[in-house]
Design a binder for this molecule. Structure first.
Ligand code: DC
Length: 222
């Protein structure tokens, strides 16, 4: 099995690149952020403070999170209900970042993520895939871009969906999430020792996808 780990900060374009590269190579694409988002959404729905370790741990015993693939596309189920769209709000992003700092949350979600790499060739994106989830991945990429560029791209992406967003608010959220994800004690966001670092600040989407595909083919020898 071949495993490709793509880590990096919020809004670096990991999912877009990983999806395209996976389609090109015939690999299964796994978005691990969706799993943390489902936990964040569950907290919001139940009115639980996402930073309350005990309450979140108790909630984890009561909910069921699973991933299914429909026409090759990942869907995330929370208690058997498809919440793939509902998890994509800014509120849920921040809630996911907060719950992801709780060690028990990370521990419980570890096997769920690792199992995918046992069954298929995968491209998995997240924050700790190369460092913790799949430390033996043949290819590790750390994808990044400046916070300002990431915020700009995010605003454009939302505009394409017909949603208006304030650049400064988006930038503030990105910087806050970077801080949370990088400074947590367990499995913080950082490049794996043998990761290739790709800064896409000055690259177009096409250039970035090309670069990622080249790195994967070269490192995985395919
Ligand atoms: O990739 P994303 O923006 O959907 O992730 C949402 C949050 O989930 C992110 O801010 C931190 C957390 N996360 C994580 O801690 N580890 C991962 N492998 C993926 C996401």
């Amino acid at each position: 099995m071949i495993a490709v780990a793509i880590d990096g900060p919020a809004g670096a374009g990991k999912s877009t690149m990983a999806k395209k590269a996976a389609a090109e190579l015939g690999f299964v694409y796994v978005d691990t952020g969706a799993i943390y988002r489902a936990v964040g959404l569950a907290c919001i729905k139940k009115g639980i403070d996402e930073g309350d370790k005990n309450a979140v741990e108790k909630l984890l015993q009561e909910i069921d999170i699973s991933i299914v693939f429909l026409n090759g596309e990942q869907h995330i189920l929370l208690n058997d209900i498809d919440v793939s769209e509902e998890i994509r709000t800014e509120n849920v992003s921040m809630a996911a970042s907060t719950v992801s700092a709780i060690p028990e949350v990370r521990k419980i979600l570890l096997d769920l993520q690792r199992n995918f790499a046992k069954r298929d060739n995968v491209i998995m994106d997240g924050r700790d895939i190369g460092t913790v989830v799949l430390p033996n991945a043949q290819v590790k990429i750390f994808l990044t871009a400046s916070p300002e560029i990431r915020a700009k791209r995010r605003v454009l992406q939302l505009a394409e969906k017909g949603e208006e967003a304030d650049y400064t608010t988006v930038l503030t959220d990105i910087v806050k999430r970077d801080y949370n994800d990088t400074n947590r004690e367990i499995a913080p966001l950082k490049p794996a020792e043998n990761a290739v670092i790709v800064d896409t600040s000055n690259m177009t989407l096409e250039e970035s996808v090309k670069k990622i595909s080249e790195i994967i083919k070269e490192r995985a020898d395919i």
